[in-house]
Design a protein. Structure first.
Length: 203
């Protein structure tokens, strides 16, 4: 199978398309990795919030327990520290929830970025390139048969714009009727980006 066309303009478009797909894929993968690193930095901040909340809880609980031993007024003095401990627990829980959410985003967002590009490559660009390769291989096989030129001429008349056909043949229908298939077959080959191989023994 041919990877690229014989005609320079078609080949240039194919090469440019392949290069752009590779470059864009590389850039998106690199950006996805960068986004993940940035999100993981935010997760570290969430972990610090969680740790700070636990420290507040420990400190408030320790202070409240110590004040409980004060005669008469111990209960009243320790009550505010109970509220502080509850606030610390809320802070720690918020840090835990934020860390879990950021962890999920750190996986989902990079995969989404890469998936969009790979989806385009796998379901749009690559099928088109493979279809061209299969088509040109079939055309080359048909062209090697006795009726190959006639089949390509009919295909050109059936599938190519009349304006394009008339650049090579004034009356495509009359050309088909008179068996003048070569110019029409040449149009089909040109549009596919192919050149007919010269006969054996010719340069």
């Amino acid at each position: 199978m041919k990877l690229y066309a014989d005609v320079a303009s078609v080949r240039a478009r194919q090469v440019l398309g392949d290069v752009l797909v590779l470059v864009v894929t590389w850039l998106v993968v690199r950006q996805a990795a960068r986004v993940r690193r940035q999100l993981l930095d935010f997760r570290s901040a969430a972990e610090r919030v969680e740790s700070a909340g636990r420290n507040v809880v420990r400190g408030a609980d320790a202070a409240g327990s110590a004040l409980q031993d004060v005669p008469v007024v111990g209960g009243a003095l320790s009550a505010p520290f109970g509220a502080v401990a509850d606030a610390g627990r809320d802070l720690s829980a918020a840090g835990t929830d934020a860390g879990a959410a950021i962890e999920g985003l750190g996986l989902f967002v990079p995969l989404l970025l890469v998936g969009l590009v790979l989806g385009y490559v796998l379901f749009r660009y690559l099928p088109g390139r493979l279809a061209w390769m299969r088509e040109t291989a079939e055309v080359a096989r048909v062209l090697g048969t006795a009726d190959g030129e006639r089949l390509l001429a009919h295909r050109a008349v059936a599938g190519r714009p009349l304006r394009l056909l008339r650049q090579s043949v004034v009356d495509p229908g009359a050309a088909l009727a008179h068996g003048d298939w070569a110019p029409l077959a040449a149009v089909e080959l040109q549009e596919l980006g192919l050149r007919r191989s010269p006969p054996d023994g010719h340069a």
